[in-house]
Design a protein around this ligand. Structure first.
Ligand code: MTE
Ligand code: MO
Length: 324
């Protein structure tokens, strides 16, 4: 178990992937994606008014949102070709290769627990729940790489206030799809399925936290967590759960998949923090995907992934070495 786990997170393997091999994989992937896009082309009218049931890669009408970084977005090829989505395998190109089997319609999200108005949302209603914004966020994986991704979505708070959390709701648990018929990675016990993540209620309500339904102006590709996921840009990537089927409001801090798999390595908070090393490597620097020439220097990792001004107050008085 430890060996399998080690293989997954050791950043060295991706660092040493020969550039030529990587480029070749990328171009194959690009061709596959182009073919897929052609076969699922949808009339452009949908951009103005999302259809009853748009598939993946459908144009969305968005407006620019707050908090976007001015850094150059990572190429779409990398954003959709270099992924972590263990339900489809543990290699970075597995999600793009295998996620085609994910059925994204019909899709519902059950929202329940400590709320006055529990509800089952159809994903197509979620697409219209609030105005769709484009938010360009830096994202940092615990493995030591980062990307800049132009997400489409709206604050998760929009959904949360509609279900009216009770006074007992202190945490939010996200449960994601676990269907072995659609997800070949579930045959591997690398994590306990379903993949579960969680946030404190105030983190979930924070203006930066998105319910994401798209990227690069289109509905989410399957490998990025279609049809709906969360995006929490000041935390390591694994907090941003993909392909969510249930959101539960609870009183106690939920047990999460990564914390259960390796409690010493993955805490509940998992705020990006260059001062707290992963037990097996430093978190002080990161490799920006797409800039990974062999001579490219790493970038220093910023506290809260550079979003400290917005989120540091959430953790006032907490020892972030203890609550890592
Ligand atoms: N359901 C699910 N969500 C998940 C994961 C996963 O394996 N399963 N991986 C996480 C990790 S480790 C990262 S870095 C991000 C990657 O998101 P991206 O591929 O869209 O960039 O998704 C997160 N969400
Ligand atoms: Mo990650």
């Amino acid at each position: 178990m430890l060996i399998r786990h080690r293989r997954r997170v050791d950043p060295a393997s991706s660092e040493i992937t020969p550039r030529v091999a990587y480029e070749k994989r990328r171009s194959l992937l690009g061709a596959a994606l182009a073919a897929a896009a052609g076969s699922t082309a949808i009339p452009s009218a949908l951009a103005a008014a999302p259809a009853a049931s748009p598939g993946a890669g459908t144009r969305l009408a968005t407006r620019p949102g707050a908090h976007s970084t001015i850094e150059r977005p990572t190429s779409r090829e990398h954003v959709t070709g270099y992924n972590n989505f263990y339900e489809f395998g543990t290699e970075k190109d597995d999600p793009a290769r295998y996620a085609h089997s994910l059925r994204i319609r019909p899709w519902t999200i059950r929202v329940d627990g400590e709320v006055a108005r529990p509800r089952v949302f159809d994903v197509d209603d979620l697409l219209r729940l609030a105005p769709l914004e484009e938010r360009v966020y830096r994202m940092r994986c615990v493995e030591g790489w980062s990307m800049v991704i132009p997400w489409v979505g709206y604050p998760l708070a929009e959904l949360i206030r509609r279900v009216q959390p009770t006074g007992n709701a202190r945490f939010v648990e996200f449960e994601t799809l676990a269907d072995p018929a659609q997800m070949p990675g579930l045959s591997s016990p690398v994590l306990e399925w379903p993949y579960v993540e969680g946030l404190r209620l105030d983190e979930a309500m924070h203006a930066l936290t998105l319910l994401a339904v798209g990227l690069y102006g289109e509905t989410l590709p399957r490998q990025n967590g279609a049809p709906v996921r969360v995006v929490v840009p000041w935390k390591y990537g694994f907090k941003s759960a993909k392909s969510i089927v249930r959101i539960r409001f609870v009183e106690r801090q939920p047990t999460t998949s990564w914390n259960r798999a390796a409690p010493r390595e993955y805490g509940f908070y998992s705020n990006v923090n260059p001062q707290v090393s992963h037990p097996r490597w430093s978190q002080a620097a990161e490799r920006r995907i797409g800039e990974d020439g062999l001579l490219q220097r790493k970038r220093p990792t910023l506290m809260f992934n550079g979003y400290g001004e917005q989120v540091a107050s959430l953790y006032a008085g907490m020892d972030l070495r203890q609550s890592f």
